[in-house]
Design a protein around this ligand. Structure first.
Ligand SMILES: C[S@@+](CC[C@H](N)C(=O)[O-])C[C@H]1O[C@@H](n2cnc3c(N)ncnc32)[C@H](O)[C@@H]1O
Length: 254
């Protein structure tokens, strides 16, 4: 494993996404109550996941989730009755998600894998889902090529990437470039150095369409998120369009 991806792994091994929230304080780690609080917080913050993923439309389908993290969405896929597989770069995510599914007697085949090489044959899955993951990898375009390879003809990739142009990334630029006198830094530099693990990338809609160039139908939809709206005065919030949102959700057909 190269230097950058091993640092990405070390970052996420310290705690899967969503497990660090201060609202979890007082709850026993890995208890059912702890997991259910994580679930409440996640879908309060990111309710668009339900319309983007449409978990229940894929009952009985062969689904792979890349980057399961703490397993919130993986649980929804399992509840919806998918024939479910999951991978993550970290042991922490795989172990946490395994414990979480066990509370509900639900199953998935989980593996610790760098998704730049996905250990499944060509044309294997109906759906590949990945929320907020691929932009953390060293070679995001390689993961998208792998997704294209393992999807069946007519299969769907549902992914979320961070947008380059959004209220959140502009706020980050002000904080980490403008106010620090790093005037030569662009938004991509700020995201690389300050957004979660080192090396995080962000994309314009056109860049995303290019990365998904192998797919037959590609739809990119941006969503305004609570992360965009913090520090924004309430009278302005309803005026901000989704095109200034931090999440870019891509539905792409093989
Ligand atoms: C921001 S978290 C998102 C987790 C989950 N999808 C969610 O939305 O809560 C990013 C996850 O991607 C995983 N990840 C990063 N790079 C990866 C790679 N190359 N292959 C597989 N998983 C990766 C990390 O280990 C981490 O669990």
């Amino acid at each position: 494993m190269s230097g950058l991806i091993s640092r990405v792994k070390t970052y996420w091994e310290a705690g899967p996404c969503g497990t660090e929230d201060p609202r979890l304080q007082g709850l026993e780690v890995n208890s059912r109550e702890w997991f259910e609080k994580i679930e409440d917080i996640r879908y309060f913050q990111e309710p668009m996941i339900f319309s983007a993923a449409q978990f229940t439309r894929h009952r009985g389908k062969k689904v792979l989730e890349i980057g399961v993290g703490a397993g919130s969405d993986h649980l929804q896929w399992a509840r919806a009755g998918a024939d479910l597989h999951g991978v993550d770069l970290t042991e922490a995510a795989v172990q946490t998600t395994t414990k979480r599914l066990a509370y509900y007697d639900l199953q998935s085949k989980l593996q610790t894998v760098n998704a730049e090489t996905i250990p499944f044959p060509d044309k294997h899955f109906d759906v590949v889902y990945s929320w907020g993951v691929i932009h953390h990898s060293e070679n995001p375009a390689t993961i998208v090529k792998e997704i294209s390879r393992i999807l069946k003809p007519g299969g769907t990739a549902i992914t979320m990437f961070y947008s380059k142009h959004s209220v959140r990334t502009w706020k980050y630029w002000v904080r980490h470039a403008l106010l620090k006198g790093k005037f030569h830094w662009g938004i991509k530099d700020v995201m690389w150095n300050h957004m979660e693990s080192e090396g995080t990338q962000c994309y314009t809609v056109n860049e995303l369409k290019k990365i998904f160039g192998d797919f037959s139908e590609v739809e990119v939809r941006k969503y305004m998120t609570p992360y965009d709206l913090t520090w924004i005065p309430s009278f302005l919030r309803n005026l901000l369009p989704d095109s200034f949102g931090f999440f870019s959700v891509i539905h792409a057909k093989r």
